[in-house]
Design a protein around this ligand. Structure first.
Ligand code: ARG
Length: 454
């Protein structure tokens, strides 16, 4: 097949080069954005009198027809036409001849691919934001159910202080909330229209760039033609945002995996969201969480790959940049697959409240509260810390816990202890007293959930 750019060549490209060079295998997914961009460009060319209005109308109409033929599976793309841009243009020309040949006036594939990529990533990033919103609402309802479900909080994966499951879940809510905000911020820089940059040095035609931008839902137009065709910051930034989403999913997954072990026993995953072993009949494995954790590595890889592709490219367009697509698409596809299955996995898990409460009670999780008790009775905190440290050592030696000490034993460590010490260091009291903004007390978390629900 003759190349659209074949004029100056006397030989056909080698078949290997056609295969090597072409991107249609992976960029065909941008067909809708490519067509929308071409329609807006054609309409603008007609309005500006750069091509005849009637030609513009015919181009727009034919492009719509091509889109429905693509969607009903009537069109097969070919590597001979290299990429989605030239595949669609070739089909257009095959349908309306010379009129179709006028579409590419004042445009280059370099600004066209920048346009299509921005539009495609914008749409996909919006889809991911909706998935995150779904996940956030799953977390909110779970948290609402578990406002009073005590569990141990950890530092260094050692029991630290009692919290509630609601409080723990809401930590992830905050992370996913920032993720949606980060994506919205990234979208602002992505949503700038590059068409009119031409190959690199803009164009001599009086294009109405603002018209095209508005037509395609952009917030503005790029201000430097070299930058317009060679900027892929928005791809890098999106890959970073997606990597952070995966970091959060992966940390959460890690906890799901730990919590569902026999050793923790805090949760039981639903049968529909776990898998068995081909040899060990007793096994029920948290594969969904493990895969989400594992796929995080793949999304980080996409980010690193993209950064590396871009790192030494001289201005303006270089074909290296075609390598951006598979990596960012892979990152998008991966995140898009992980979020909903993860959301369903946590929505259907069974929480073992007794095991969580047992965990919250063991391991001296109330030691800080014993020290706070002494502080409230006048002892400086450092002294109180030391007294309770000795109590903990005593308990370890006698294989007991602070709550189980007798009043005499308490008094042997400090005369400030009174009978009310037992109530003061119960799990409920420890959690309930932490009612300041950001704390785990049920009332505090409840208020926050109500605020977020609005
Ligand atoms: N398929 C190309 C890409 O993804 C489109 C731009 C090609 N431009 C060029 N001058 N070869 O980057």
């Amino acid at each position: 097949m003759a190349k659209l750019w074949g004029g100056r060549f006397s030989k056909a490209t080698d078949a290997l080069v056609d295969d090597f060079n072409s991107s249609i295998r992976f960029d065909s997914r941008m067909y809708a954005q490519d067509i929308a961009g071409s329609k807006a460009h054609a309409e603008m060319l007609g309005r500006q009198g750069i091509i005849k209005e009637a030609d513009a109308e015919l181009i727009v109409k034919t492009l719509s027809g091509i889109q429905s033929d693509i969607e009903s599976g009537k069109i097969e793309f070919t590597i001979d036409a290299e990429d989605i841009h030239m595949n669609i243009e070739t089909i257009l020309i095959s349908r309306i001849g010379d009129v179709g040949k006028r579409l590419h006036t004042g445009r280059s594939r370099n600004d066209q691919v920048a346009l299509d990529t921005r539009m495609y990533l914008r749409d996909e990033s919006d889809n991911i934001v909706s998935e995150l919103e779904e996940l956030k609402s799953v977390i909110l309802s779970l948290a609402e159910e578990h406002l009073e479900t005590a569990m141990p909080g950890y530092t260094h994966l050692q029991k630290a202080q009692p919290i509630t499951l609601a409080h723990h879940l809401m930590a992830y809510y905050e992370m996913f909330k920032r993720d949606t905000e980060r994506l919205a911020d990234c979208r602002k820089r992505m949503n700038i229209m590059p068409l009119g940059s031409g190959a690199l040095a803009a164009t001599t035609y009086p294009l109405d760039r603002e018209f095209v931008a508005e037509k395609l839902g952009f917030d503005g137009v790029t201000q430097n033609s070299l930058d317009g065709v060679s900027d892929r910051d928005f791809v890098l930034e999106l890959a970073f945002c997606l990597s952070v989403v995966m970091t959060h999913l992966s940390r959460f997954s890690e906890e799901i995996i730990l919590w569902s072990t026999g050793e923790f026993g805090f949760i039981v995953l639903d049968d529909a969201y776990s898998t068995g072993s081909s040899i060990m009949p007793q096994k029920k494995n948290p594969d969904v969480a493990e895969l989400a954790r594992g796929k995080t590595g793949r999304v980080y890889g996409d980010l690193m790959g993209l950064l590396t592709v871009m790192k030494s490219l001289p201005l303006a367009y270089n074909k290296d940049m075609q390598e951006d697509k598979e990596q960012i698409f892979d990152a998008l596809d991966t995140v898009k697959m992980c979020i909903p299955v993860f959301a369903k996995m946590i929505a259907t898990m069974t929480v073992k409240k007794d095991a969580m409460l047992r965990g919250a009670k063991g391991g001296f999780t109330n030691a800080t509260d014993v020290a706070d008790y002494l502080v409230n009775h006048g002892l400086p905190f450092r002294d109180a810390h030391s007294v309770v440290g000795h109590m903990v050592a005593y308990c370890i030696e006698h294989d007991t816990v602070i709550d189980a000490l007798s009043m005499e034993e308490f008094l042997s460590f400090s005369e400030l202890f009174e009978e009310d010490i037992y109530d003061a260091i119960s799990v409920d009291a420890c959690i309930g007293r932490r009612s300041i903004v950001g704390g785990p007390a049920a009332q505090t978390v409840k208020k926050l959930i109500e605020k977020y629900k609005k």
